[in-house]
Design a protein around this ligand. Sequence first.
Ligand code: SF4
Length: 580
Amino acid sequence: MALSRTEITGIEGGRLGMFLIPDEVTRGIEDYRRALGEYLDGRIPKAPAEKEELSEVGINSPFVDEPADNDERYRHFLTYNVKEQKQKGYMIVKVRIPGGDLSADQAEALAGLEEDFTGVEFRTTQNQNICICHIKRDELRRLFNSLDKIFDYFLFPETVLDTVACKGALTCNLGLCNSPGLARAIEGELSQAELTGKEVFDGLDIKINGCPNSCGQHPVGSIALHGVVRRVERKPVPFYKIFLGGRKRGENSRLAEEVGVIPARSVPLFIKDFLNKLESAASEEPPTVGVDQILREKGRVIALDILNDYSHVPPYREAPEYYRDWGSTEDFSLEGVSKGECGAGIIDMIESDLTEAEIALKEAEKEGFNAILIRRSVFLAQRALLVVRGCDPETEEEAFRIFRKEFFDSGIADPLYSWLEDHLNEIGEKIPHDIKEEAFSLGKAFLIHIKRLYKQMDSSFNFRRRMKTGKGLERKNQSSRMLQDKRGEDESVKSTEIQSRTNKKAFEQPRLLDLKGTPCPLNYAKAKVFIETLNPGDLLEILLDDGEPIRNVPRSLENDGYNILRKEKRGKYYSLLIKV
Ligand code: SF4
């Protein structure tokens, strides 16, 4: 691998050869190749030393410099960074590279060690660190001093401090959250709490991804996280899903299990509390029980207990930092996220509302079937699905009205729930407890129904139409339901007539969809719903705002297979012409 003078980031497993060529000798790829050839001439790296080729000198020496009592850093170095090599008398030294980011100066200084330590070899590790091989025992102190000059932080590789994080939203087009920013925040919190260097945590690691993909290896992390987006106060907020108990150990490997979601801002404190409680749990067990076993057996209960304290997001005016990602001073947004980004944003909005709906129901139960909270839960459940219709209702009345049209009248949702609105409107705080309890049960059943519909939704946000109505609920309002069904049929006939008339026009001129003023990802959802009403080959002109909408929506539509025929700036907005 040849590198120009630049930051080396995201080092993955494998061998690393570093060739650094000053900027001033390169002007384009041809110059670069020529300069690299000249540089390499006579410097071709030697093949790795085999056991018999390694010098015998010094291999039987004890550590020349035993650490003094107050030399804690060197002691940590010997404990955590140094391992015996297979070849007798030689050591492997692991250098922790926080976030896997090695600057050009550090890389150059590291490569320079080859001159001071004969026969050393550098390797990268899957934990984004560097191994220095073939170090003799009596060279360890000298190497420690050299590394100390090159790096601010290189102790404690492969401990809880050594978080593995992908590049996340920092540079990755698919990244939702800034995972390296979170890794630094966790490291700061754990260092301050003096939770590093504790034997009890040996074998635990933390792995973070900026999105549900696995570049940062979260499925095999003992404590693992991946970025998601939730909506609070109609604003996107960076969150992480938490997983526990993953392990990468040959045939004893195990996938981490999901435990819950938490705002990005609360993750470092959550992890600090979690480790403290894990340490207390370990102190109650015999020394033969390892932390891995405790994590597997008690981790989930401990985590769920702490999550209650950290899952809340305060209002924006009280704590705007919750609405910003780690390492950023601006409010969080999905701007710049690439292919499929709109779809990912919509899924996150749905899941966010469903989670909130569940929380509202739990609160309602705790407060003696509080009617306001039951209605809130029903509102959130409806809003969760309405987002795929491009709607973001603000009031309960609006949500009921649109949900009726989009989901009951269209035959997607079970019409038995269509009288829920009337029923909920009747209940107040002064009505008997058993009636409130009945309303609570209905709210709960409705949420289960909505979750079922969500599970059946396909990748184009379409739902199955119902063949039969559900069973088990009291059949009230039959006549009104029939009237509604009838109205649905009439509307459907009317809309088909209008559709066929307008479709004829579609061959002559594009249909127009004005999405100016509609934020992401609702604009994408609205475009998808509108496209459903068109015929293959129809032309559609979509008007979109500048910024996030014009960057995200065309990419998502292209990703769905539509042809973008034209993109044109018109004053403060854009016109997009697509072929359906
Ligand atoms: S896990 Fe997601 S955010 Fe991280 S590098 Fe991979 S695709 Fe990008």
